[in-house]
Design a protein around this ligand. Structure first.
Ligand SMILES: *Cc1c(COP(=O)(O)O)cnc(C)c1O
Length: 486
């Protein structure tokens, strides 16, 4: 035995791998977990959508760092008792809050497979990267983008919007901006008052500042007012500012409204501005032959941000950014460093890598659950499911219009319905009704404010939501509303 080997014997003698001593025991535990999670989804209707977390349960998560090991079965017991019953509830068909996808059983299994491979999809020459490239090709096809367009998975549309602002900035000012910073470039961007809050945050994080985002008013249908947009651009140019970016919305978070994307594309071409679309949930409306014509102009955007984890029902998280000019996209993020050297063969081949198209280096295998979802269901079925959520929203709208105690607060453009229970002092009343609904476990809509009116907002995104859930929502609103209005 060498001296080095003998000196190391103490530490090398003990087995410190994290693999189990007994694989059969782990296998049995794993099968129980998988069965339980399949039941969790299959039997979701038998549980409340959401339930308040008891203080005692919250209190269990105030413990000291666990220095000693615990049996896997015991830790799983804590998961089953303390975590699983108190999840968000978006798996449940009665969940109608914010814009949350429901996930699928197929996505659950795909996540397990991805975890087994534990691939790092930042780069290098391996098949998981090819899966992501396959999705990029499919997304190009879906949105009518050229082969030179690039795409990359990110956490969500908030991140994708931020990255789009950065690509537009670099395209406008040139790659020197990456070295020198913005200086006093005076860049201004434009979006509608109905745009998602993450767009103002993107301007903030990009160092352009929230004030440089002009919030343009919207029309009766909650679409960006084009005359006002044109006027504001002219005003900014006259004042020596540098307009560079217009952000249209395909599916506004409050109401589902779709900006006139074709007109915005035309305006951006004439004004030589970058045209980005926030299509967080709405862009996947392209999967439905009924909705696709209403997204006309999407195919003319310079970039599109959207989520597979909303209408696409892919498990969280699976955001995506598509950029027409892939070279501009790469120029914004690629950074040559010695330890990421590219080769023409071996594991370091296959450049460019996903890490050249965004700020993340280490990245999980989001493409796999998306690939499984698209292939297993097929896009026709996903499109029909999306269409059905819109039909349910129309059914809810018709029910509200036929019920004198309820008032519709915004036109129903897609799958989002904003309404309220009529009564004295309706804003606090409707806020209480929504909290009652959550605590009842029957349904979980959220709220928003439409022209000063607090609205009960039902966003029908989950593929499990059905007529009975819409009926349950209306029935419960009337019941809680009547009880509170007394
Ligand atoms: C959900 C949403 C976002 C934010 O997307 P995340 O995936 O939550 O980051 C942005 N814009 C719109 C219109 C949305 O609906």
């Amino acid at each position: 035995m060498s001296v080095a080997r003998r000196e190391a014997a103490d530490i090398l003698g003990a087995s410190e791998t994290l693999d189990p001593q007994d694989w059969d025991e782990l296998r049995a535990q794993g099968h129980r977990m998988l069965d339980d999670m399949i039941d969790y989804i299959a039997e979701v209707r038998e549980r409340p959508v959401w339930q308040p977390i008891p203080d005692a349960v919250r209190g269990q998560f105030q413990q000291a760092l666990p220095r000693a090991p615990s049996a896997l079965g015991d830790v799983y017991g804590e998961f089953s008792e303390l975590i699983a019953p108190y999840a968000t509830g978006n798996v449940h068909p009665g969940f109608m809050g914010w814009v949350h996808g429901g996930g699928t059983a197929v996505g659950l299994l795909a996540e397990m497979l991805a975890a087994g491979l534990n691939a790092n999809c930042g780069g290098r020459n391996h098949m998981p990267i090819e899966v992501e490239r396959q999705i990029v090709r499919w997304v190009r096809q879906l949105f009518g983008f050229p082969e030179t367009a690039s795409g990359v998975f990110v956490t969500g549309t908030s991140m994708a919007n931020l990255m789009a602002v950065l690509v537009a900035r670099t395209a406008t000012l040139g790659t020197e901006v990456r070295q020198r910073g913005l200086g006093d470039a005076g860049l201004t961007a434009y979006t509608s008052v109905a745009a998602h809050g993450c767009i103002a945050q993107a301007m903030d994080l990009a160092g352009l500042g929230r004030d440089a985002l002009r919030r343009i008013g919207s029309d009766h249908a909650h679409r960006m007012d084009l005359a006002a947009l044109r006027a504001r651009i002219a005003e900014d140019r006259a004042a020596g500012r540098r307009p560079f970016l217009v952000i249209g919305t395909a599916g506004a978070v409050d109401t589902g409204a779709i900006d006139d994307l074709d007109a915005l594309a035309e305006l951006c071409r004439a004004e030589k501005l970058w045209f980005h679309i926030d299509g967080a949930f709405g862009a996947l409306g392209m999967l439905s032959p009924q909705i696709a014509p209403r997204l006309k102009g999407l195919e003319r955007a310079d970039s599109i941000a959207f989520d597979f984890h909303k209408w696409g029902q892919v498990q969280y998280d699976a955001g995506f950014l598509l950029v027409r000019d892939g070279e501009r996209h790469r120029e914004t993020f690629a950074a040559p460093v010695a330890y990421l050297r590219r080769e023409t063969r071996g594991l370091a081949a296959g450049s460019p890598w996903p890490c050249d198209f965004g700020p993340d280096l280490s990245r999980g295998f989001r493409a796999l659950k998306t690939w499984f979802t698209l292939k297993t269901y097929g896009t026709d079925k996903l499109g029909a499911m999306i269409e059905r959520t819109c039909a349910l929203a129309k059914y809810l709208e018709a029910t509200i219009l036929a019920e004198p105690r309820l008032e519709l607060l915004a036109p129903v453009a897609l799958n989002i319905v904003c309404f309220r229970f009529r009564g004295d002092d309706p804003n606090p009343l409707n806020a209480e009704i929504v909290a009652d609904l959550h605590e009842s476990g029957i349904v979980a809509p959220s709220t928003t404010t439409i022209h000063g009116a607090l609205a009960i907002r039902a966003a029908i995104v989950n593929h499990r939501t059905d007529v009975q859930d819409v009926d349950a929502l209306v029935e419960a609103v009337l019941r809680f509303g009547t009880a509170r209005a007394k």
